[in-house]
Design a protein around this ligand. Structure first.
Ligand SMILES: CC(O)(O)CCCCCNCCCN
Ligand SMILES: [Zn+2]
Length: 667
């Protein structure tokens, strides 16, 4: 199934007709440059372009009052003076004779997107619309918004398709108070928003935008506000909030549909956000959400006022929806103090509502200097830290996001004869001559193994070579001895100068010490045997009391340990090994396989042991880019497991500060 793109140039046909400094940034060019960039990058040709339509009254009335709709209906016939007069009753918004038409198209676009995803015509999609929506309220326009596109889309999905749980992620840099008010007492819609706040000094200056506003009545816990109290936030800050707050709660909530208020004023260069996260961060934020709701994701444009970063961010988002490999995020320096303070506050405010946070005791962080948290001088988060003069947002420059090339082959497999090759996978031909190679392999790797094992190993090595040359994206091998193959692979790759292997080992089994010491391999092992070793910077043993069968404990380890470590380590290869008898359930295994494709351009090598051949199909499905099935609503993880993970995190966070979730004690 494909990716829908909804856009119509009619929505560029309104603009500000008088002087108003607060509104001058919301210009028609926002849409034309976004769509133009998609065309230029050949992305529109790869999407399913759906037509827009006007929303009808009944759809608008799902969120807005009759009197408000009636009032807006009068605007097409108004004179310029009347329009100005009419506008005065609202905040930071303007009207135009054609804006009512465009506002109906914006809502209609979002509904077209929801229809095509929920009817299974497309996998996911994006609607490029204006006017935006997330500030508009039941009876008021606000912040460039007339009708609340995404809120209406959520009500529409519930009413027309009986969708039970909807996650709305609002990564726009402004708080979508209109969405919050619409669903604050509704437990079927989980609204997550981060937003520039600066302790209420930033627009819309609402106390309602703070972290302690968690929803009301039945809706308590289903409203998550993450205030940014400093500007200059970077990729690390955004990833920390996703890993340590949004993803664990989102998986526990287990939505049937994900709607994104996709505002890109949270990107570098934007005059409103004044943040420093780069456009490629949206490739990762999108991807991380695509593992929910079996990939049913509808992104609807909100803000974004720097035309260069807006266009790049839109392209990064659509390219990920299309399934292209993710660009590695480099020099993640970890979250800043302000982020940690916000993160700690939000987690505390939601601890009583979400079991994934219940045991997160957020141990007081050991003493680290603030310098450790913000290595780079970038970002004027803490004045004290910043020496360089401040560039204005528009003067900011950043590297063009890297090209994201799809290898000619997505998934190649090495299977014993007699095991069927999954559809759409490419079986590595056994034709190539192994001759001389065989001897070196035997000498270097497998002293006393039989020729079959050596042949299999040489094929596994060629999977790695093909990934290195970007001939294939990922690989899967069913081998006689997974542990032995794992050791050989690490040894083989470690020979490369700048190789970094992220080894994720699911299940018991000992990891040879030489694998861990070279610093070129970061090992995370999730198992049930509680061995005494404490691990080290490059060896992270996660012992779950009930072992890998415990989906909650496993999920918690995945988000609060695996993802942050993987991002900060930035490997060149991910090696995922399923040890025999691990007990991990297929869906959790598939979720893990999916998430690990965030790293290394998606170069993941999966090793399965022969008696796990039933896993070949489900694993291949994920490697081919299909979404993993949902885990179901997750119960609380075992207290002792959660505490074990917390202890691990607090021990490791000196070396890996993406693991941090609390601000250090020192002043
Ligand atoms: C969709 C959106 O969230 O991007 C709308 C933002 C409205 C901002 C109003 N204040 C602007 C003050 C100008 N310096
Ligand atoms: Zn915004």
């Amino acid at each position: 199934m494909g990716t829908a793109l909804i856009y119509d140039e009619e929505m560029t046909k309104y603009k500000l007709l008088w002087v108003d400094p607060a509104c001058k940034i919301e210009v028609p060019e926002r849409l034309t440059v976004s769509h133009g960039a998609l065309v230029r990058n050949g992305l529109t040709d790869r999407c399913i372009c759906l037509p827009v339509r006007e929303a009808v009254d009944a759809e608008i009335l799902l969120v807005h009052s009759e009197e408000y709709l009636e009032a807006v209906k009068q605007t097409p016939h108004m004179t310029l003076e009347d329009l100005k007069e009419f506008t005065l009753q609202y905040g930071d918004v303007y009207f135009h004779p054609n804006i009512y038409h465009c506002a109906k198209l914006a809502v209609g676009s979002a509904l077209q997107l929801v229809d095509s995803v929920l009817m299974g015509k497309v996998k996911n999609g994006m609607a490029l619309v204006r006017p935006p929506g997330h500030h508009s309220m039941r009876s008021a326009a606000n912040g460039f918004c007339v009708f609340n596109n995404v809120a209406i889309a959520a009500q529409y999905a519930k009413q027309k398709y009986g969708v039970k749980r909807i996650l709305i992620v609002d990564w726009d840099i402004h708080h979508g108070q209109g969405v919050q008010y619409c669903f604050e007492d509704d437990p079927s819609v989980l609204y997550f928003s981060w937003h520039r706040y600066e302790h209420q000094k930033f627009w819309p200056n609402l106390k309602d935008s703070d972290y302690d506003i968690v929803g009301k009545g039945e809706g308590a816990g289903f409203n998550i506000n993450v205030p940014w109290n400093k500007v200059g936030m970077e990729n690390s800050d955004y990833l920390s909030v996703f890993c340590h707050l949004l993803l664990p709660i989102a998986y526990e909530f287990c939505p049937d549909l994900v709607l994104v208020c996709a505002g890109f004023d949270s990107a570098i260069g934007d005059p409103e956000g004044e943040m420093c996260a780069t456009p490629d961060i949206f490739a990762h934020l999108t991807y991380l959400l695509m593992n929910l709701a079996e990939g049913k994701l509808c992104a609807v444009l909100e803000g974004g006022y720097n035309l260069t970063s807006l266009a790049q961010s839109v392209c990064q988002t659509v390219q990920t929806l299309l399934g292209d490999p993710l660009p590695p995020l480099t020099n993640l320096t970890g979250p800043c103090r302000s982020t940690l303070e916000s993160l700690q506050c939000v987690r505390a405010a939601h601890r009583q509502h979400w079991s994934c946070l219940r045991h997160a005791v957020d141990l007081p962080t050991f003493e680290i200097s603030t310098k450790r948290i913000k290595l780079s001088g970038e970002g004027n988060k803490d004045e004290a830290e910043v020496g360089e003069e401040q560039k204005s947002p528009e003067e900011k420059i950043w590297p063009e996001p890297p090209k994201r090339i799809c290898p000619p082959v997505c998934s190649a497999v090495v299977l014993p004869d007699g095991v069927v090759c999954p559809d759409a996978c490419e079986r590595l031909s056994s034709s190539e001559d192994l001759g001389p190679h065989l001897l070196t392999l035997k000498n270097d790797f497998l002293k006393d193994a039989d020729d079959g094992a050596v042949t299999a190993l040489s094929r596994v090595f060629s999977l790695i070579d093909k990934m290195k040359n970007n001939e294939i994206r990922n690989g899967l091998a069913l081998v006689g001895d997974a542990a032995m193959t794992m050791t050989c692979v690490v040894q083989y790759v470690a020979a490369e100068v700048d190789s970094r292997v992220f080894l994720v080992c699911v299940g018991n089994g000992n990891i040879p010490s030489h694998v861990i010491e070279d610093g070129k391999t970061l090992v995370v092992q999730i198992k049930d045997e509680d061995t005494e070793e404490q691990g080290s910077k490059y060896y992270v043993p996660v012992c779950l009391k009930k072992g890998c069968t415990d989906t909650s404990g496993f999920a918690q380890a995945m988000f609060s340990l695996l993802l942050p470590l993987g991002y900060q380590y930035n490997p060149s290869l991910v090696l995922l090994v399923r040890m025999p008898g691990s007990g991990v359930c297929d869906i959790m295994w598939q979720q893990l396989t999916g998430l690990l494709q965030s790293f290394a351009h998606g170069h993941t090598l999966v090793l399965l042991q022969e008696d796990d051949k039933a896993c070949v199909g489900p694993t291949a499905s994920i490697l081919l880019g299909n979404p993993a099935p949902p885990l179901g609503q997750l119960p609380a993880s075992l207290k002792e497991d959660a505490e074990a993970v917390e202890r691990l995190r607090s021990r490791l966070q000196a070396d890996w500060n993406l693991l941090l979730t609390t601000a250090p004690e020192n002043g």
